[in-house]
Design a protein around this ligand. Structure first.
Ligand code: ADP
Length: 185
C-alpha cells in the first residue's frame, strides 16, 4: 500500500468480481457486449442487467473507443457500479499504446470521482488478451492513479486486483515496500 495525499493505492490478489468497493472497472472491448477474461467473469457475476445496460449505451452513443469508458449499475455484484473501460490492443508500443492505456485509467478515475465514489478496484487492463506487457502496464497504471489523486477527489482507495501471483509480484514492486502477500476479497 502506498498513500498519495489522502488516497490509498492498495494491492490484492484475487477475483475482482467479489471486491467490496463502490465501483469495479471492467477491461471491456469497444463493442461493450461482453467477452472473455475479466469481462466474461464480471458479466457472469453481475447477471443479465449488465448486458442490458450496455446495449442501451451502445444504442445511444455507439462503440466506446480505446482510452474511454462508460458506466453501468453493478447488477448482482457487491459493487454498486461497473465502469467498462476499453484499453489499447498492444501493437508493439509505437501506436500510442502507453498514452491510450493512461487515458483508460484516467477516464475511469474521472468517472468515479464525478459520482463522488470512494473506493474503486481495477483489474490489469490490456495485459490479457490485448497483450500489453505486464511491467510496462503496471507502471502506467500506478503512475496515472498517483497523478490523478495528487489533486483532491472523493477517492479514498484505488485497489489493483491481480488474478495471478506473478502479476501480483509485478505490482508489489511498485506498491508493497515490504513485499508481503495479501489475499482479500
Ligand atoms: P484485456 O482484453 O484488456 O487484455 P483480459 O480480460 O484478457 O483483458 O485480461 C486482463 C487481466 O484480467 C489479465 O491479467 C487477467 O489475468 C485478469 N483477469 C481475468 N479474470 C479476472 C478476474 N475475475 N478478476 C481479476 N482479474 C482477472
Amino acid at each position: 500500500m502506498i498513500k498519495v495525499g489522502s488516497t490509498s493505492l492498495t494491492l490484492v490478489q484475487g477475483d475482482i468480481t467479489t471486491q467490496d468497493v463502490d465501483v469495479i472497472v471492467n477491461a471491456a472491448n469497444s463493442g461493450l457486449l461482453g467477452g472473455g477474461g475479466v469481462d466474461g467473469a464480471i458479466h457472469r457475476g453481475a447477471g443479465p442487467q449488465l448486458l442490458e445496460e450496455c446495449r442501451t449505451i451502445l444504442a445511444r452513443q455507439g462503440e466506446c473507443p480505446p482510452g474511454h469508458a462508460v458506466i453501468t449499475g453493478g447488477g448482482r455484484l457487491k459493487a454498486r457500479f461497473v465502469i467498462h473501460a476499453v484499453g489499447p490492443i498492444w501493437r508493439g508500443g509505437t501506436q500510442g499504446e502507453d498514452e491510450i492505456l493512461a487515458s483508460t485509467y484516467r477516464s475511469s478515475l474521472q468517472m468515479a470521482a464525478d459520482r463522488g465514489l470512494g473506493r474503486i478496484a481495477f483489474p490489469s487492463i490490456s495485459t490479457g488478451a490485448y497483450g500489453f506487457p505486464m511491467e510496462r502496464a503496471s507502471r502506467i497504471a500506478v503512475a496515472t492513479a498517483s497523478a490523478f489523486v495528487s489533486a483532491p477527489s472523493s477517492l479514498i482507495e484505488i485497489r489493483f486486483v491481480t488474478f495471478s501471483r506473478n502479476d501480483y509480484a509485478v505490482y508489489a514492486l511498485l506498491l508493497n515496500r515490504d513485499g508481503t502477500h495479501a489475499n482479500h476479497t
